[in-house]
Design a protein around this ligand. Structure first.
Ligand SMILES: [Zn+2]
Length: 54
């Protein structure tokens, strides 16, 4: 695991990080940028209501 914040540069065959050199295919890059739909639903903040009544 790196803590690199990744500065991806697009190439014909995908992207690579200019900082750490990590190479990703276009699909892997898309997956990283957009977490799974299931995860998105889980974190949709539907369970916690925020009220201003305190
Ligand atoms: Zn990186």
């Amino acid at each position: 695991m790196t803590s690199c914040k990744h500065s991806f540069i697009g190439k014909a065959d995908g992207v690579h990080c200019a900082k750490c050199g990590l190479k990703l295919t276009a699909q892997e890059y898309a997956a990283m940028m957009q977490p799974s739909a299931a995860e998105a639903k889980k974190t949709a903040r539907g369970g916690k209501k925020v009220t201003k009544d305190e």
